[in-house]
Design a protein. Sequence first.
Length: 294
Amino acid sequence: MSKIASTFSRLVRFIPKSDPSKVLIGEPVDAQLDVGLAIYKGQEVSVRPFTGSSVLTPGEATTGTEVVERLLSPLAQKEVGSIRCIGLNYVSHAKEMSLALPDYPVLFMKPSTSLADPYPAPTILPKLTQTDNTGDYESEMVIVIGRDAKDVSESEALDYVLGYTAANDVSSRTYQMNQSQWCFSKGFDGACPIGPTLVSAKLIADVGKLQIRGLKNGNVMQDCPLTDLIFSVPKLISFLSQGTTLPAGTIILTGTPPGVGAAKKPQEFIKSGDEFAVELLPHVGTLINKIEHQ
């Protein structure tokens, strides 16, 4: 893990009730609290602010506390640059889609403008997804790179990891299937909400012990252990860094497990009024997105 990862356990980025003009980072006072779920339920979430202004340079914990007015994505748009995404990375998802396991990671990218906040911020489906209502969800675990990485070996790859969070890879299935490249169908404004917390790599030494679930309106759609990954975290970081600098702040979406709407029989997509939750446990918590039409 990166050296910075040793300085915190879980960080949130937020607007405090005491001064809505500020953006702070800090650790939830309750180390066991599912921050995303608590915010959704209207519960008060107390945070111990850090002296830094970014999860990439968090500084040190202060002695005071603040109450969250609004939860933000752990990183800002200007910090993530281009977002790296892996297209097929769960054995069971490949099986449900009747696809052969890839020999190498399948990469596509999202622009930084696709980054979005957790609930209560809405997740907006653009007009083009409404013509046939094929907007879809993908629950994903996210790797956050803590320092610049290039030509990294698998054996040293974890030294570059700052931490982990959750994401929803919001997609237009019609445009994805109509094109050989996926950037357009998955790169809309707000199509990459992440959160609710950034969990230090020191707390997650083995991502295989994580469980990811996707719930639409409270109904479980996806439920899978991360032992099902085709390509491991070290493999992904090493592969993506060959000949290419992954700057600090780079986020890597690691693929989705089985149960996406396009694979359901009958198919089950997301639409305005739906709520979708990505639950990544332990530690990370629940990323909740309320879907709205543009």
